[in-house]
Design a binder for this molecule. Structure first.
Ligand SMILES: Nc1nc2c(ncn2[C@@H]2O[C@H](COP(=O)(O)OP(=O)(O)OP(=O)(O)O)[C@@H](O)[C@H]2O)c(=O)[nH]1
Ligand SMILES: [Mg+2]
Length: 155
C-alpha cells in the first residue's frame, strides 16, 4: 500500500480561461525547447502537469470533468491573464478543493495592458487562497520562484 502510494506520479493541474497561457506556462516550466502552445482540446497529461482546455473551465457542465480529474493531483494552479482579468468561475469556487490552490497572474510582460491588482482581486474572489505568482510564460519572469514552490508540493 505504501509502495503503491509512493509510486504514484505527483502532479499539478492547471486551470484557467481560454488563452490565459496555461499551455505556455507548462511549456516554460518544463523547459520545453519548442513552443507547443496551441489550442488545448482535451485534458492532457504531460509529465508532472495536467493541462486543461479553457473551455472546460468556462462552462459549468464541462468544469465537472476537471473536478473529477483533480482528485489525483497534489496542487491546483489557477492562471489568469493580467491583460484581461475576467473569469467565469463562481465566487469562492476553489474553496471546495482539499489540495492547495495557488494563483498565477500571467503575461506581466505586456506592461501597457497588465492590471495585476485587478487580477489578484479576481483570484481571491474565486477562492484562490494560496500564494499568487506574477509571471510571464514568454519571458520567464517569475518562473524560478514558482518552480521552487511547485517542486515543494510535488516532492
Ligand atoms: N505576451 C505574452 N503572451 C503570452 C504569455 N503566455 C501565453 N501567451 C500567449 O497567449 C496565447 C494563448 O496561450 P496558450 O498557452 O495557448 O493559452 P491556454 O490557456 O493554453 O489556452 P487554451 O488551451 O485555449 O485554453 C498564445 O498566443 C501565447 O503565445 C505571456 O506570458 N506573455
Ligand atoms: Mg492550452
Amino acid at each position: 500500500m505504501i509502495v503503491a502510494e509512493r509510486m504514484k506520479q505527483a502532479r499539478y493541474m492547471v486551470w484557467g480561461s481560454v488563452g490565459a497561457g496555461k499551455t505556455s506556462l507548462i511549456d516554460a516550466l518544463s523547459d520545453t525547447a519548442t513552443n507547443t502552445a496551441r489550442k488545448t482540446q482535451m485534458i492532457d497529461y504531460r509529465g508532472m502537469a495536467i493541462d486543461t482546455p479553457g473551455e472546460y473551465a468556462e462552462r459549468g457542465h464541462l468544469r465537472r470533468h476537471l473536478q473529477t480529474t483533480s482528485v489525483d493531483v497534489q496542487v491546483i494552479v489557477v492562471v489568469v491573464d493580467a491583460t484581461s482579468p475576467e473569469t467565469r468561475f463562481p465566487p469562492h469556487y476553489f474553496l471546495m478543493f482539499s489540495q492547495p490552490v495557488i494563483g498565477i497572474v500571467n503575461k506581466i510582460d505586456i506592461a501597457s495592458d497588465a492590471d495585476v491588482e485587478q487580477a489578484t482581486r479576481l483570484l481571491r474572489q474565486i477562492g484562490v487562497v494560496g500564494d499568487i505568482f506574477y509571471v510571464s510564460a514568454t519571458t520567464g519572469t517569475g518562473l524560478g520562484l514558482l518552480k521552487e514552490k511547485l517542486l515543494n508540493y510535488l516532492q
